[in-house]
Each structure stands twice: as structure tokens, then as C-alpha cells.
Design a protein around this ligand. Structure first.
Ligand code: AOF
Ligand code: ZN
Length: 365
């Protein structure tokens, strides 16, 4: 009977996808004599952890089993340690999917429970749980946001024709899915070229609950159009501009006065230093960053090996020849030396093909 309860914990954990990051998605279920006594999930960064939420009322939990998809914490963070309440309430067995890689926990939670006489059973639905918490695992182990690169290409992998024209590559269904992906992101980023060309809002649209995203634009010299939609839709989310340290101070001041946050970072390979950009976003508590183009930005992220997940919408009916590539900076000497995706999946989306794959998989054994 362990799997259905852990499945329930995982399903609950997913409910935290909007507001829990950069914290992990954690769900918990308490079972006694075959009956679910309580269930809950970590709803929002800074709020109660899943286990405490489940165990906080006056019910008699002694002798009960707790199912939770991550090792209970044992540190005083924004909330007291979960191990404390588990011991207090007399829980008999704790089933977990995997340990918490946070160095403040990392096995110590399991140890404290065992020392307190609780039986801990590890590895239940581990693979599913690790997949669910890739962004958290990334932010803990790499100390940067989890990066998804989204591109829409022709059959021959071009983002646009050589003229820059890119209309109609993605279908209406693809657009809907893009908004679902945006919904499960904390920040969205484009380069200066895309801002000038597409004049995007970079907001989450469509049905269902959403939240404003941090909207980031990379522009070394801040030579941007003040009239762009992005700067006139404050309800759509804060705008953060990333410029080089050498950028004209007058421009930096000007954009600051327009209510936009400006961050100056060092220069890197053909543009801004992306590691520094990601460090700023990590500081701003961005768990999941969605990079939406254009070609130069996508290419720089790939070259720096900073893409964790690739989501590619392909229009298989269009060839664009020597149009704009999204990976032009990669120059492997042979296919064997090319950058490889893991866990690739394809989906048939009516007139488009959707491909999802991972350059980095965290916590895999
Ligand atoms: C749990 N259950 O539901 C979550 C855990 O700042 P705090 O106090 O919220 O602590 C955040 C850390 O606690 C986070 O980095 C991760 O290690 C762990 N998250 N642990 O036992 C939960 N969300
Ligand atoms: Zn906790």
C-alpha cells in the first residue's frame, strides 16, 4: 500500500508548483490503520512545510505512518524543523522518496528520526520525485536557477528566415503550451533583439491561476525602445534589465528612473556573462527561468552549458534554409562530440511536433 500514498503525496506536492519555488515541491500524507488522517503540501515559499501542515492539529497521530516525497528537514529556517513535530506526535514510520540535498539537511533529518526511534523507509517513487524537483535540485547543487530554453523552429531547426521573419512557425496549440510553461516559471528572459522585433509582453495568459513573472531583458548598452509594451504593463511583473559594466551611466540612471531595475554584470563570450546574470536571479529567488530567445541568447546559453531543459516546437512543414539557427555557437567536430540531450520525449501537437529533453539531470544515480 505504500505506492498509492506516495503517489498522493506527489500529486499534492505538484499543487505547490506556482508559489513554492525556489523551495521544493513537497506533499505529505498521514495514514493510521488504513485511513488517511491528513494530507497537505508546501504551498508557498516561507510558509509551513508539508509535514507540519499535516501534523499541526490536535488529532492523535501516535503510531501513524507519514508519507513525504522528500526527507523531512531538521533545521530552523523560516519554519521550525519538521523532524521535531514528527517525533513529538509519535509517528511510527516515515516513508520518503529521496533525501534533501540541502547541506543543512542532507541525511541529518533521516538520522535524527532514526535516533528518535522512528523507522525511515527511503526510495519510494524516487525517480518520479526527483523528476518533479529538478529545479530545486538545480538551485541547491548549482546555486543558480533551473533554465528552460524554449524555441520554435522549422523542420531544419531555424528560428526565422534569413530576413529575420519568423511568423507562423508555432501553432495555436503550441502557444497554449508555451503559456503553461510560463505559468510554471518564476522568471522569463529575452535578448534585446527579440524585444525590439516582437515587442512581447512576457506575461502569462490563458485560463487558470497565474502569477506575474520577473521579466528580464539582456541588453549590454541599454539601447532599448522606451515605448516597448514591456515597460508599460507594470501588472505583468517587474522588469529587470541586465547591462554591461561599461554601459553609459547616463542610460543606467535613465532606465532606473523609469521604474525598471538595472543590474550591471561583466561581459562574457559574445555578450554578458550569463553566470553572473543567473547569480543575480538566484539572489532574487528565481527558481525557474524560461529563456525565450532569440537566436543569439539561446546560442549563448547553450554554449555556456547553462540550459537544463530544452523545449522545442517544430513546424515540420517548413524549410528555412540558411535562416537563423538557435545553436549557431556550438561547433562540435563530429556528432559524437555534440552536446547530447537525455530523456528525450516527443509529442504530436496537431501541426507541430513538441520535443522535450534535458541537458542536465539532477540527482540521477
Ligand atoms: C520539508 N518539507 O515541505 C519543504 C522542505 O526556509 P524554510 O524554513 O522554508 O526551509 C527551506 C528548506 O527546507 C528548503 O531549502 C529545503 O531544504 C527544505 N524544504 N522540507 O521537510 C517541506 N519545503
Ligand atoms: Zn520541514
Amino acid at each position: 500500500m505504500t505506492l498509492p500514498y506516495m503517489n498522493l503525496a506527489l500529486a499534492l506536492a505538484r499543487e505547490g508548483a506556482l508559489f513554492a519555488p525556489p523551495n521544493p515541491l513537497v506533499g505529505a500524507v498521514v495514514v493510521k490503520e488504513g485511513r488517511v488522517l491528513s494530507a497537505g503540501f508546501h504551498r508557498r515559499y516561507g510558509e509551513l512545510h508539508a509535514e507540519r501542515l499535516c501534523l499541526q492539529n490536535d488529532e492523535d497521530y501516535s503510531g501513524a505512518d507519514l508519507y513525504v516525497n522528500m526527507e523531512p528537514c531538521c533545521h530552523h529556517g523560516k519554519t521550525p524543523p519538521c523532524t521535531e513535530i514528527i517525533l513529538q506526535k509519535g509517528i511510527r514510520r516515515v516513508f520518503i522518496s529521496h533525501r534533501d540535498p540541502n547541506p543543512l539537511v542532507a541525511g541529518k533529518g533521516v538520522e535524527i528520526l532514526r535516533r528518535g526511534g522512528v523507522e525511515v523507509i527511503e526510495g519510494i517513487l524516487q525517480e518520479e520525485a526527483l523528476e518533479l524537483n529538478q529545479p530545486f535540485l538545480c538551485s541547491i547543487t548549482r546555486k543558480r536557477p533551473y533554465v528552460t530554453l524554449k524555441v520554435a523552429t522549422s523542420l531544419d531547426g531555424r528560428l526565422a528566415a534569413h530576413t529575420g521573419e519568423s511568423e507562423r512557425l508555432s501553432s495555436p496549440l503550441s502557444h497554449e503550451i508555451v503559456h503553461l510553461i510560463r505559468r510554471e516559471s518564476d522568471a522569463i528572459m529575452v535578448g534585446k533583439g527579440t524585444l525590439l522585433k516582437d515587442n512581447p509582453l512576457l506575461t502569462v495568459r490563458g485560463e487558470g491561476e497565474g502569477k506575474p513573472l520577473l521579466r528580464a531583458v539582456l541588453s549590454s548598452h541599454l539601447d532599448l525602445e522606451e515605448r516597448a509594451n514591456l515597460f508599460h504593463t507594470p501588472q505583468g511583473g517587474d522588469v529587470h534589465l541586465f547591462a554591461s559594466r561599461e554601459c553609459d551611466p547616463h542610460r543606467v540612471r535613465l532606465w532606473g528612473e523609469r521604474g525598471v531595475k538595472v543590474h550591471q554584470v561583466g561581459s562574457g563570450d559574445g555578450g554578458l556573462n550569463l553566470e553572473e546574470v543567473l547569480a543575480v536571479l538566484q539572489e532574487l529567488r528565481t527558481g525557474r527561468l524560461l529563456v525565450e530567445g532569440g537566436g543569439a541568447l539561446a546560442s549563448s546559453f547553450l554554449k555556456a552549458d547553462l540550459v537544463d531543459r530544452l523545449v522545442l516546437f517544430m513546424d515540420p512543414s517548413t524549410l528555412l534554409g540558411d535562416g537563423i539557427p538557435f545553436s549557431g555557437s556550438l561547433r562540435p567536430l563530429s556528432p559524437a562530440q555534440g552536446r547530447r540531450l537525455k530523456k528525450v520525449r516527443f509529442f504530436d501537437l496537431d501541426t507541430n511536433i513538441l520535443l522535450e529533453g534535458f541537458f542536465h539531470v539532477y540527482g540521477d544515480r
